[in-house]
Design a protein around this ligand. Structure first.
Ligand SMILES: [Zn+2]
Length: 336
């Protein structure tokens, strides 16, 4: 019997778990068409469906090696409690990233005011849930909401997660409304800091990435979803050049496999740059685990065991193990 291989559990820093229901469904020709189908799916959710379906999907994550998840949640307070229950059932550590939504989307996503949003965060914190603040995006929140939520999250020491620069249209609209780009607006409104994680940053320009670097903020990349939605290429090489910490998320849950997320990050950057080893395997695995944990404000989360006798590890020398995991394995190498 070979010794069991133990690694830190992977951390899924960005999941909209209800979107697992859309896996395999044909949902139109671009991101905006997909978004319509996604909103229709969101509107069907109830606390009961969430408790049941999320537990199944969290088990799928657990089996793939994710032992902690950040649930970017915009379906309501009762539904947040149901998600927490589902995570307990499945044995994954949950950080509930409660979303602030002022406009657009579905009426069920919305709070009437930023004060109402903060009351919801306080209420769930009082229940004992681990919370993070999540102004959805510059599309969904006006400037004063960012100012208020940035202040609240900093005072409370909570993680702050926000989508930014996923699609070119979002940047055009932001320039029109605010005369600046999305990450510039986050910086202006006090939303960038070491507890901030920007989701995607796909179309961020160099100045926006410089702002993230000087604020010590992280970026969460979700390559299988970004590929599926046609978002574009993650700016992985430019993030590495600035030493910006990266974490990963299964986002729409079209695919749940942390090895594949990490491999896509690195091999896409290799294709673009013609350089091998944009990032070494050890650092990639750290992005998949420790940086996600830090992004979600976790101090500990369960480790995972790998099947050392799995065929994909056959004839791999001990010193080559980490590279073999990132470049030659999938989630089925996780034992049990
Ligand atoms: Zn998202």
């Amino acid at each position: 019997m070979a010794e069991p291989l133990v690694l830190p559990g992977f951390v899924n820093a960005h999941s909209h778990t209800f979107q697992r229901a859309l896996r395999g469904r044909r949902t139109g020709e671009d991101f905006w068409a997909w978004r319509e189908a996604m909103i229709a799916e969101a509107e069907r959710q109830t606390p009961d469906t969430i408790q049941r379906e999320y537990a199944e999907t969290y088990r799928e994550m657990r089996a793939a090696g994710y032992t902690a998840v950040g649930e970017f949640h915009y379906l309501g307070v009762e539904e947040a409690r149901a998600a927490a229950e589902a995570a307990r059932d499945a044995g994954v550590e949950l950080t509930l990233l409660l979303t602030a939504y002022a406009r657009g989307g579905s009426p069920r996503f919305l709070q009437a005011s930023v004060e109402e949003y903060i009351r919801q965060v306080d209420e769930l914190r009082a229940d004992g849930l681990r919370l993070g603040c999540a102004p959805h995006s510059v599309r969904a929140c006006p400037r004063d909401w960012f100012e208020e939520i940035g202040r609240y999250a900093a005072d409370a020491g909570l993680p702050l997660h926000v989508h930014a620069d996923e699609q070119p249209r979002e940047i055009e609209e932001c320039l029109e409304e605010h005369g600046m780009r999305p990450i510039e607006l986050l910086s202006e409104t006090g939303c960038l800091g070491p507890r901030t994680t920007v989701i995607h940053a796909t179309h961020a320009d160099d100045r926006e990435l410089d702002l993230l670097a000087s604020a010590n903020s992280r970026v969460c990349l979700c390559p299988t979803t970004e590929g599926n939605l046609g978002d574009g290429f993650a700016p992985f090489t430019r993030l590495r050049e600035r030493r910006i910490a990266v974490c990963i998320g299964s986002d729409s849950n079209v695919r749940i496999d942390p090895f594949e997320e990490l491999r896509e990050l690195e091999t896409t950057a290799r294709r673009e740059s013609g350089v091998r080893e944009v990032c070494d395997a050890e650092t990639l695995l750290c992005f998949g685990a420790d940086e996600g944990g830090a992004s979600l404000g976790l101090e500990q989360w369960p480790v995972i065991e790998l099947d050392a006798e799995h065929p994909c590890l056959r004839a791999v020398a001990g010193g080559d193990l980490l590279d073999a995991l990132v470049f030659g394995c999938g989630a089925d190498v996780v034992a049990g």
